[in-house]
Write a protein that binds this ligand. Structure first.
Ligand SMILES: N[C@@H](CCC[C@H](N)C(=O)O)C(=O)O
Length: 275
């Protein structure tokens, strides 16, 4: 049972096809519980989403965000939902620069030439920070395919392939997500080089499965490709749901891409009482 006895209004948004429910809890207590996230995240029983993002107040930032996966687990980062919510708050306030807090700490969003860029923070390349189950060279993880491990506030395992199109995404993604190398499981990205600083990426998300895009995954993939000498630090990535751009600066990894507000709807108190 959720703590909310009231109907719950939410927005459905897409960030390059990454599918979100956004709940605005500014000015009240947070409502999301693992049971609510799992119940709503179920595409048959509930509403369906890749992630639920709950917006709430923060004393030191313009707003704060919590992220939940469709399986009811939490995530420390979600780049595409961060872009979507920053876009909403910029539209609401008319501001072109915002601060926001996630589990990663205080981050920033800026509007440049009509596009919202978010700073996802510095990439983490120490095995403890990703985290891995033991000391490893994160640039060459001991798994078939020689992937790179990168933390963006959440774990990522990036495979540099000749043809991301040909990868058995579900089968490999699921297996790597649950590999004992990753004590908190992992997101899994498969990338291939399309041109200079241009990557194709397909993704399997921890707690959500195959998705059309993943913002933190795009950041991790761009970092992995740059560290392996495949690209520079500014990269365009083509995902199944659209194009994301990543710019790895000294102050953090910046991300932008398309945002869509799809609809607003209300979940009934009756349904919430079943969770
Ligand atoms: N879609 C996201 C990442 C969501 C979190 C992930 N599934 C996890 O568990 O870490 C993005 O845009 O970054």
């Amino acid at each position: 049972m959720t703590p909310s006895a009231e109907p719950l209004t939410f927005r459905k948004m897409h960030g390059a096809g990454n599918d979100f429910v956004v709940i605005d809890s500014r000015g009240r207590s947070r409502v999301t519980t693992p049971a609510l996230a799992k119940g709503l995240g179920d595409r048959h029983r509930g509403v369906g989403f890749d992630q639920l993002a709950e917006l709430h107040d923060d004393p030191e930032a313009d707003f704060a965000l919590d992220f939940w996966n469709a399986d009811g687990t939490t995530a420390g980062a979600c780049g595409n939902a961060t872009r979507c919510v920053a876009w909403l708050v910029m539209r609401e306030t008319g501001r072109d620069r915002l601060t926001l807090r996630t589990e990663r700490g205080l981050l920033e969003a800026v509007l440049r030439n009509g596009r919202v860029w978010v700073n996802m923070g510095a990439p983490l390349t120490d095995w403890r920070e990703i985290p891995l189950s033991g000391p490893q060279d994160t640039l060459h993880l001991p798994l078939p395919g020689d992937p790179v491990g990168v933390g963006m506030g959440n774990p990522h395992c990036v495979f540099l392939t000749h043809d991301a199109e040909g990868v058995a995404l579900e089968e490999q993604g699921r297996a790597v997500e649950h590999d004992p190398l990753f004590p908190e499981r992992t997101n899994v990205e498969f990338i291939s080089l399309l041109g200079k600083d241009h990557l194709r990426m397909r993704v399997w998300e921890r707690g959500a499965g195959v998705t059309l895009a993943c913002g933190s995954g795009a950041c991790a993939a761009a970092v992995a490709a740059a560290l392996r000498g495949l690209t520079g630090r500014q990269v365009v990535l083509d995902l199944d749901g659209g194009r994301l751009e990543v710019d790895w600066q000294d102050n953090g990894v910046w991300l932008t891409g398309p945002v869509a507000e799809v609809f607003t709807a209300t979940i009934t108190a009756d349904f919430l009482a079943t969770l």
